[in-house]
Design a protein around this ligand. Sequence first.
Ligand code: SF4
Length: 493
Amino acid sequence: MTAVQLKTGIDWLTQELSDVIRLFLGDVTISDAPGDMRIDHAHSEKNGEWIEYVSDGTFGFARHVAPTDDALEAKRRIKRAAKNCLFELMRTRFRFSPPWGSLTGIRPTRLIYEAMEQGQSLDEAVNRLTDEFFVSPEKAHLLKDIVTMQQGCIDPPEDTFDLYIHIPFCVSRCAYCSFASLTVGKGALLEPYTQAVIKELKASAEMMNVLGLRIRAGYVGGGTPTAIKCEQLERILACAMELFPGAVEWTVEAGRPDTIDREKLSMLKRMRVERISVNPQSFSDETLKRIGRAHSAEDTLRAYALAREMDFHHINMDLIAALPGEGVSEFRDTLGKVNELRPESVTVHSLAIKRSSRPHEQLTVAGDSHNQANAEGADEMITLARTLLTGAGYRPYYLYRQKYMAGNLENVGYALPGYQCLYNIGNMEETQRVLAVGAGAITKWLFKRERRIERAANLRNVEEYIQRVDEMAERKRGVIFAYAPSEGRSALD
Ligand code: SF4
């Protein structure tokens, strides 16, 4: 494996600069020990300006930064300048330019919102991405479309939160899965889990009542929520809806088509859940078998037809680009079928091969260089998805990037106008508080005025979660009530 020697006098920059190196070189070893390549970063001050300089012995790039006394802002300016210098160096040396430029964060829309808050127009903010951060015009345009679709949904009312409930069970495990999820097995944990979730919901409702907050959107994800018994899911939903009435949107990720039947759909209808997911991932049976999905394309069509027959008005479909063994033609076929079905929203993921998932091992063991070799293919598939879906009237409305993603690409949510999922936007853009319940669920409490998010993570292990559910509620309470009113601030600051 290639080894890169990285020298910087600023410790906290090491990770940031390493992320830029990996945009070009993939999963390389980076340390301050001698390696195949050496990169030096230096921070200095001259004539009242800060100077960031990055060199590899052959090329060198510098940026001048206006100093500031604001510690956070200083860090931001130094980080951006140093990363941009390094990006210029790497693209000069390796003669290619990754599409997201020097941006390595998971929420690139944030830079647009930041610039708009400083008084720039949307067009000016988008141009800044290409001029300052080397983002390709295509990606900058994608972000512009997303920000446009988010208008009216991005700022939730001050006195609201969104609720997330995690159901960590699936009927079988997909090969690429890196989520906190167990197979249902004989179902011994289902009832204790249902009871624990209900207990946590009740404790959480008390906190929201003290704060006078009301629910905006509810989301039940997994795992596969419909993998548990119908009556258990109904009890969870009934409890949540009674404790948190008045949500303008409820989503249940039905997800795997092999868990969807008339009984469960009737229950969801009865509970007034209008948004559900029926996720094909691919319409190729060979691919589904290869990735261990344990359902067929026919199952997806059947589940979708049943949901339509039962009058569900918002169905989302998840697809994955760059699945093992799939090329552009298989993905084109899947997109064509989705466009024929015309769900109200479509989420296109790029296969993120994380170290914890089986394909990473399997594909490496099998000598299949899928991860890197398919990167260009993944890029083409993502572009194809955009062309075909926007051609059919869908618009991108949220996006996030992930580490280890094939081709360093992105996940994009598309929707027909008017069908943007509020929960997805609030959660992805971090503009809404998320109260989360269930094993592995993470409460993200937004202190809006301070622009700060505090997290309370529940235990991922289902048995431990069940045993220690009271402690989960306490963790949440600790974060949400972090500020005593006597300090002049509250949990709503
Ligand atoms: S359905 Fe989703 S959560 Fe369940 S095993 Fe497959 S990828 Fe993992």
